[in-house]
Design a protein around this ligand. Sequence first.
Ligand code: GAL
Length: 353
Amino acid sequence: MKKKKILCVLTAAAMSIAMLAGCGNSSGGSSDAGGDTAAASGSGEYADKKVGVCIYQFADNFMTLFRTELENDLVSKGFSKDNITIVDGANDQATQTNQIQNFITQGVDVIIVNPVNSSSAAAITDLVTAANIPLVYINREPDADEEKRWADNNWNVTYVGCDARQSGTMQGEIIVDLGKETVDLNGDGKIQYIMIEGAPENVDAQYRTEFSVKALQDAGWEVDCLDDQVGNWDQATAQQLVANSLSAHPDTEVVFCNNDAMALGALQSIEAAGRTVGKDIYLVGVDALTEALEDVIAGKMTGTVFNDHIAQSHSTSDAAINYVKGSTNEHYIGCDYVKVKSDNAQSILDSLK
Ligand code: GAL
């Protein structure tokens, strides 16, 4: 299925404008900012509308940035803070399904779901559409069959997020950009790497794992996977995994992590093993967390990929606004990732302040 993408404003110079303007949305709905004062006093344009937001797990660095920005943006566009309820699925689908049922019982005007398991999307969609409530999925993309159902049935259901293949490719390109001579530290003609994956069922993890390595192969590089472990997007887990991996495989040349939280854990173990990023090992993540950007600037991480939580959360509130106003949305609202290396890390960091 060909996906329609909204191109965010990506150049470093224009980044701050993008931050102000948001990512835009596919159906041309206006943001209709209600103004901070009006929203704070509960008299914004959508102050009487109720929004239910289900996050797969609050203890996730990236989703914390996303939900915080989403709430602020909804309020600045005219919703009342009191009518926005954000709940923690605690990484348990049964818990989240109950939370969705509660939102339905409360009669909220729109439900935003970051699913615990994307494979539960069909069941979630059935529940929510049966109650005639519009639904916006975020961050964890349901599969193509599920997205096709929304279009076929003309349901008010959409997905806001990025295409994880792009982030994987960018991770690989960051390594390829260094040149094979540089990365192939032991000069055996192959790149020895370890891969630290996010969650098993997660499409972002699967695609980043596949496409990061594919970018090396597409450049004609031979690769040699020394270890592939699941770190569940978590820093402490990754730290332990990488410590084990580096001691079993001291010839590791590249550490690929599916996100920055895990890359930060990997960096702790790289340093504990007496290794130096940029000199005798290379390390890449995804998300552009502040700490990771600072590490890229300091040369302690080779690079990362900006997962634009600002554009994505703003597109999410725009989609919610369209639904509560009675208009529609495209069924896929995308946003581009941005490759981050030492030359643009500072400008990305500045744009996030
Ligand atoms: C990814 C992000 C990860 C994690 C995950 C949760 O897009 O890069 O850090 O938040 O989503 O589904």
